[in-house]
Design a protein around this ligand. Sequence first.
Ligand code: PAF
Length: 273
Amino acid sequence: MQIIKSVTEMQNISQKLNGKIGFVPTMGFLHEGHLSLVKEAHKKCDFVIVSIFVNPSQFLPNEDLDSYPRNFEQDVKLLSDIDFIFFPQNEDIYPNDYKTWITVEKISAEFCGKSRPTHFKGVATIVCKLLNIVNADFLFLGEKDFQQLVVLKQMTKDLNFKTEVIGCPIVREKSGLALSSRNKYLSEIERKNALSLFEALQLAKINFKNGIVDSQKNISQMQRLIEEKGGVVDYIEIIDSQNLEKISKLKERCRVLIAVFIDKTRLIDNIEI
Ligand code: PAF
């Protein structure tokens, strides 16, 4: 495994690789969720590249850019079986004269985009740049950030990338809590309260089995459950998985998306019905 810091060097190397390149973009502080993406990349590709870059442009000014958990040494250990870690510096990615931004319209403005208005512009821009740098044939993303997955599928399609986007299942703790680097912010009691996200999603699944399909009714019940455990709901939405359109009744293979504040920590999760 090689650690590459320079954009030009990474670009030169990736252009010369003879075989399929699988790419896993990350912001570091890796957990089993990230490693499941690496595992998928290994299965499908000849070379695996993981980027570690806490992308400032996807954080709003009031968000946790400075406190976002980082542990490069531990990440390197966890990635010993890949080919390249791309670890660029901020100045190399966003030099002083940087001016180009990618906006995936409409679907970026919904859900997380409402409370984090410039977030997906930052995500789309960095992933677009990274794909150009690492020359990826396959891009592996977790379904936990479901809206991000749909936004990036749209971007790669609209901009004629050769890259195929592969969504991988959410990895959960035994308790049901979806793995996230931001779980580090949770105290012991908040961790328990955070289980309400998964419980609420399960409730929607059970309701669907029992024929309770009205979206509004499901959303209200989920909201009550979360609030009883001290969570503050940012949004709960029931959507068509393909186009992110809200639907009034639950149906097979639709998605339920939620974002909840557990004290100051904003967590997202979702489930396929
Ligand atoms: O999902 C993430 O960790 C980030 O949004 C990504 C895709 C690495 C872009 O910075």
